[in-house]
Design a protein around this ligand. Structure first.
Ligand SMILES: [Zn+2]
Ligand SMILES: [Zn+2]
Length: 494
């Protein structure tokens, strides 16, 4: 760094050290480097909402953890994906050896195993993609949700249109024909879609009016059309008009539907009780079968999740109920017996669960403390490859706290076959992690040093942060700020 005097150089060094350590408020107001506020929003410089960062853990050889070839990463514990440092991740979806994420500016990133073209990258059709890579073909759309499966991917844009790509052996892409693989996203004809999800070989979508559509493999009744046919195009499921679907969850060969009034329906394989409707004469149910247990208990399901052969329900009172296969303890009920009816996860009693995610044979719950809104993750089921995030590979049939992430504010979680990931609120950004100026996007160097904006916390070059402004949050002290913040704080448009 270039400084006009020794004293300024010393202040710089001190300022940088403070910025990096996060003790920003101790910096004297005369320092040319200034505060590091606790919240960062490099996108719009409003300084209000922190960014979403991603942590991942579990099986690492597929590239689905997104850490590249970083050998310092311990895959058995949550580790931050460095490539998302400057980005604001909004949603994440883990699948079999793949992961996908959307950012607040509508970009879709996919990484991991690229077979069947399910990453949507022309360049990595036959490879493994080790770090998040944007799906360039969807850059003209604002993607808000993504769901990946063993073979294929659905992406939903903000106009309610689904784009599908990947393997299409059963019609799971919904484009009317079959194919081996397709890396080019194709828009479907369905309109006003609000929710999408994928089972291993089938697809589900819900529209604004609450209609449910399914397509792809139907051999186990997982499409709910009262037959065992594959459907090559989205086909409406015959739900009673009184029921408005809002979301669904799909496993290997089963589907759970959640309606606005809290009603649940299940169809597909029920051999291990994965529909939660009680024991059935046949091991598969071909049409939407109502789940009466929650109505009897007078509690309302608000979220559903499905693993390969197990299912989870979060209720409005913050409880988790599980049903289906329990070979690895994935139901969290303290034993290894499958359950055909919803079984409450007693190990989370007294805690308020806000989201649950199911992997192939494991489950993770996001718990929020209602008083201070702090969050914790609890994991159970198969521990192979470290997918529980607890630091080892031991199975557990009761919820275990993921200790190493207990200081983070977690927003959401997702479980893939053998790995897991979560989005956390990104409270600080280390100065040296920023490669390019957030204003002019030019690369930092010895002669182009980094400056922290005292208002938004973004990192800027000298030319893009040439002003100082009073900042109320820091007792009205004058701080160096970026140009956008200067305009906001002083109304000075220059
Ligand atoms: Zn700049
Ligand atoms: Zn700023």
């Amino acid at each position: 760094m270039i400084c006009p005097s020794i004293s300024e150089h010393q202040m710089w060094v001190k300022g940088l050290a403070h910025a990096i350590s996060g003790k920003a408020n101790e910096i004297p107001s005369s320092s040319p480097t200034t505060s590091s506020p606790s919240t960062i929003n490099a996108k719009n410089n409003q300084g209000m909402s922190p960014l979403g960062e991603v942590f991942s853990w579990g099986e690492s050889t597929s590239g689905a953890l997104g850490h590249g070839f970083n050998t310092e990463v311990n895959p058995f514990k949550p580790e931050q994906i460095r490539d998302f440092l400057h980005l604001d991740v909004k949603s994440i979806n883990c699948s079999e050896s793949t992961t996908a994420a959307t950012t607040s500016d509508g970009k879709l990133f996919c990484w991991g195993k690229s077979d069947y073209g399910r990453l949507g990258h022309e360049s990595t059709q036959t490879d493994i993609c080790q770090t998040p890579l944007m799906v360039v073909a969807l850059n003209d759309y604002h993607i808000i949700q993504v769901s990946m499966s063993v073979t294929h991917t659905l992406a939903l844009d903000n106009n309610g249109t689904i784009h599908s790509f990947g393997g299409n052996h059963y019609g799971q892409l919904g484009v009317g024909v079959l194919s081996d693989k397709c890396f080019k996203p194709a828009p479907l004809l369905l309109k006003n879609i609000t929710f999408i999800t994928t089972g291993d070989f089938h697809s589900c979508a819900v529209d604004k009016q609450g209609a449910l559509y399914t397509w792809g493999r139907g051999s186990r009744g997982q499409l709910g059309h009262d037959d065992q046919e594959n459907k090559l195009e989205p086909t409406r499921v015959n739900l009673d008009d009184n029921y408005k679907a809002i979301s669904c969850a799909a496993g290997l060969s089963h589907t759970i539907v959640l309606c606005e009034d809290g009603s649940l329906f299940g169809f597909g394989l029920n051999g291990d009780g994965q529909l939660g409707i009680g024991p059935t004469e046949m091991d598969k149910i071909l049409f939407p079968a109502p789940n009466v247990y929650f109505k009897r208990l007078k509690i309302k399901p608000v979220q559903v999740a499905a693993g390969a052969n197990h299912s989870a329900v979060v209720t409005d009172n913050g409880e988790v109920y599980m049903f289906g296969m329990n070979k690895f303890g994935q139901l969290g009920t303290g034993n290894l017996s499958c359950s055909f009816t919803p079984a409450k996860v007693q190990g989370l009693a007294g805690k308020h669960v806000v989201q649950v995610a199911c992997g192939e044979n494991h489950t993770i719950a996001l718990v929020e403390n209602e008083n201070d809104h702090s969050t914790l993750l609890y994991a159970w089921g198969c521990g192979n490859h470290g997918r529980l995030g607890t630091g080892d590979e031991v199975d557990s049939n009761v919820p275990l706290k993921i200790e190493s992430i207990s200081d983070k504010k977690i927003r959401s979680i997702s479980c893939g076959s053998t790995h897991s990931a979560c989005i956390c609120a990104h409270q600080d950004l280390l100065l040296h992690d920023v490669i390019n100026c957030m204003g002019c996007h030019k690369k930092f160097s010895v002669i182009k040093p980094r400056h922290r904006c005292g208002n938004c916390g973004g990192v800027y070059c000298n030319a893009c942060s040439n002003h100082r402004a009073h900042i109320q949050r820091f007792g009205g002290l004058k701080n160096r700020v970026c140009d956008s913040c200067h305009v906001i704080l002083t109304g000075d448009q220059q």
